[in-house]
Design a protein around this ligand. Structure first.
Ligand code: ATP
Ligand code: MG
Length: 427
């Protein structure tokens, strides 16, 4: 097949017939974020590669293997964003947003690009809804962010999503834990997969994340971070659990959740579905108190999450949820010749300005074919404009659901009348 008519591997077309699901998901996510006081932030699709190297971290899969990096015409290294956090932090620093009232609460919808092996729930271009909150260090903030994600899921009517939480401590307690983890895995050094062998020195916690069959068994007896938390980190984690309990948000503590990204501290969490195969994480996030400083800003606590929208849609589809009904064409105006067609056009334009979805013939179809089309697009009403109707400035509206005909005047009262009739249908 000619590649011109084939999309690149790992990408998806979101087609008009299914786009209402995306609109539903986006509306629920946006409304929920705004109820929590978040404001939208839009950052560039590409950034300097160095931002992700520093902000996502050199030991992560994302930076090591998955980035779409290229040189621009001036030889700068540019990367298509693989995630949303680094760009949001960069924008907040660059635009002085930390000088405004804190906490700064933001949300975004973004496309992400990662060179991964495409499979169900794993694409090379995918969409995320994300939250980033800065300037709030207390456990209430962790729970506010988790509750926001939980609310999006609840408002969508999605069921059977479990929340798993963990704390990965601060750099101080994590140093001790890394030592213990390294010592533990040293005994299996000959058996580890190549990736893990490399991670053993640079980022031992990632060994717990290894999906390869060779290594997965070793983690059963590995030391757990929760046994190494310092008093402050322990208190913080207890505070998070207490507040989740107060909101009656169910969770399980999973000490093996470590997250792939370097900048996380303390709380990490994932919302997981077991209905969409092995790529079950629909939302993941946590606290990243070291990130803003790492990227070049002030010391500023931060936290957030990213929800994978394709995976969310997969769950919504699987549960056959009722979405907001697809918009319906309010009125199809059929015509016969140039004069009546031009009249149909002006009428449609007037109605569109009033917010109706009105259609007329732009394809030069016969009258019969126009009626067929009106049926196909499921128009609520149909109206025929012939020379008689033009002369009399009146016509008949046909309700397509039952064939009922209603005489109307084509004067200034028409839009009002149409509105009433459409309300009647939807009652
Ligand atoms: P995974 O363990 O599935 O690789 P991740 O840790 O790489 O996830 P994050 O970087 O935390 O994922 O991204 C947040 C969310 O974005 C994930 O929970 C998932 O829902 C979604 N996501 C991540 N990578 C992809 C992808 N390649 N295709 C589709 N969705 C993705
Ligand atoms: Mg990944």
């Amino acid at each position: 097949m000619d590649i011109v008519t084939k999309r690149p591997r790992g990408t998806e077309d979101k087609l008009p017939k299914e786009i209402y699901k995306w609109h539903t998901l986006e509306k629920v996510a946006r409304d929920t974020a705004e109820a929590y006081g978040c404001k939208e932030i839009r950052t560039p699709t590409f950034e300097h590669t160095e931002l992700f190297q520093r902000g996502v971290g050199g030991t992560t899969d994302v930076v090591q293997k998955e980035m779409y990096t290229f040189e621009d015409k001036k030889g700068r290294s540019i990367t298509l964003k693989p995630e949303g956090t680094a760009g949001a932090v960069r924008a907040a620093i660059e635009n002085g947003l930390f000088n405004d009232a804190l906490p700064l609460k933001t949300y975004y919808f973004t496309r992400c690009f990662r060179y991964e092996t495409p499979q169900s729930g794993r694409l090379r271009e995918f969409n995320q809804f994300g939250i980033e909150v800065f300037g709030a260090a207390s456990p209430s903030s962790d729970v506010e962010v988790i509750a926001l994600a939980n609310d999006v899921i609840t408002r969508l009517g999605v069921k059977n999503i479990s929340l798993e939480i963990n704390s990965i401590g601060c750099p101080a307690c994590r140093a001790e834990y890394h030592k213990a983890l390294k010592a533990y895995y040293e005994q299996y050094k000959d058996k580890l997969c190549d990736t893990c062998l490399e991670r053993l020195d640079r980022n031992p916690m990632r060994l717990l994340d290894c999906k390869s069959e060779i290594c997965s068994g070793f983690k059963d007896n590995a030391p757990l971070i929760l046994d190494y938390l310092c008093d402050d980190c322990k208190d913080h984690f207890d505070g998070v659990k207490k507040r989740l309990d107060a909101l009656e948000i169910k969770y399980t503590v999973n000490p093996l959740i470590v997250r792939g990204l370097d900048y996380y501290t303390n709380t990490v969490f994932e919302f997981i579905s077991n209905e969409i195969g092995s790529q079950g994480a629909v939302c993941a996030g946590g606290r990243y108190n070291g990130l803003v400083e790492e990227i070049g800003g002030s010391l500023q606590p931060g936290l957030g999450f990213a929800m994978g929208l394709e995976r969310m849609i997969m769950v919504m589809d699987n549960q056959q949820l009722e979405y907001e009904p697809e918009k319906k064409c309010d009125l199809y105006i059929a015509s016969f010749d140039e004069e009546t067609n031009i009249y149909a056009m002006t009428l449609a334009n007037r109605l569109r300005a009033e917010g109706f979805w009105a259609e007329f013939d732009t394809a030069g179809r016969s009258f019969k074919a126009q009626m067929k089309y009106a049926n196909k697009i499921n128009a609520a009403y149909c109206m025929v404009i012939g020379s008689d109707e033009l002369a009399a400035k009146s016509a008949k509206l046909k309700r397509m659901s039952d064939g009922e005909e209603i005489a109307v005047k084509l004067d200034d009262s028409f839009a009002q009348k149409l509105n009433t009739l459409i309300m009647d249908i939807s009652l």
